[in-house]
Unconditional design. Structure first.
Lengths: 143, 143, 143, 143
């Protein structure tokens, strides 16, 4: 990924979604529980993959997650708003790699990379990404 | 419900399920978050309504919850096991009222009443409870 | 509660908070899981009890929930915004009863009543509600 | 990590914990939501780091997570039991790398690597791992 801007760089994202920390997102350590960051990543991912309320997976297919890697960079506390920037890092044959930055104000609280695979809803087997899908996401791809 | 044994009475339950408190179930107050009690009630309810891995709702129907009332009786902390006793309090025409007791060791940490309604999966409208469903649950009904 | 306006009446609420349904809030029945409604009720409750980022429980005390009763009035699906109206139904000696309406657009998807008790953070025993607490909430009390 | 046994190999784990899939762990795709895998990893991690009900972090310190990478290998459905094997992959100066395998019956549904950092509870800054902590975990270290 040499040359790609850092996921901690707000300016590298064109696609944004917002989440509110819920009281119930905290755990006994007083901060937001780490699994909630996985939920925030999902919220950003599905927003990117369901633009304008539609979904970009063709009929009869859906995305499933194959890998999620989160780097936790700062503790997050309730109450807070989180802005999630999402971009496509890489188009594979059946999969997309999505890079994300999670920001609370000026602080990057986490970065993440997810790999999602397009599968048939019945077959549960990988399906090639259609060109139209590239087209809807290329705007949000890594420069 | 005069005459019915208290939901705090372990001996009043014939149907039991078990849950483990997860670290992530806690909140910033250090105890198990109240919404997790709703999840525990659901776990007991669906265990009762899916005995032996099958489901007692007829094909083409499913249960949805219409009311949930939880009385919180003691704080619960991680780690802990919770035993959930469930019984049918009342058979309605389209609905069941389920009474539950949640126990941590000898302590009743919560009691709950839920009303679940049988609906058509397509119509999303109430459907009469079939007699066979009564038969599968009558053993677990309020004496 | 004779005379009190129905919890399904938007006009009966002066205090509002907003929640976004998350993808992960759904369950295998395709709708928002019932325990998430408990979380939404909590979000509204804590917003009311921590106005302007402060908290209205005196130093050394906190609120714990004693009872939660939710009436589920409509299924809720992702994506959606939920507006939560909260009002004080009753001031007790150590407790508050909070009434809530959860709305998705014009639809009231649930109503709820919660009883929260003020306790000492060390003693975990009920503490009388201080007059200042009444004062901060009276504006949001049942007319 | 050349030479280390694969995280998909059950025989490579000496430390095990168990989780039950809850109904509410599912999402609208019908399977267990990906963020719940993060919760299962946490359950295994905290079990390893709080053996026998005690905690191995010295007084005044706690572990926080710095990185979590999950490889999703199979879909998981309700109801199910999950066995989580955990082992220490690497001892750092202030951190531990924990490797995990999540198994449903004979199927490895996910593998994960987590990095946890020991910090001061007040300072929120890294603290060197004490030798006693090594000693309690060396049995569960990568061979």
């Amino acid at each position: 990924m040499s040359g790609a801007p850092s996921l901690t760089d707000r300016a590298s994202f064109l696609f944004w979604s917002q989440e509110q920390v819920r009281y119930g997102d905290t755990d006994r350590q007083g901060h937001v529980n780490n699994a909630v960051f996985a939920t925030f990543c999902e919220s950003g991912r599905v927003a990117l993959l369901h633009q304008d309320g539609g979904r970009i997976a063709p009929v009869g297919t859906e995305f499933v997650i194959a890998r999620l890697a989160i780097d936790f960079r700062a503790e997050l506390h309730w109450p807070a708003e989180v802005a999630i920037g999402s971009r496509v890092q890489r188009f594979g044959r059946h999969s997309l790699t999505i890079g994300q930055g999670l920001f609370h104000g000026e602080t990057c609280v986490a970065t993440a990379e997810s790999v999602v695979v397009l599968i048939g809803q019945q077959s549960r087997r990988p399906v090639a990404l259609p060109p139209a899908l590239h087209a809807s996401l290329v705007l949000f791809a890594d420069p």
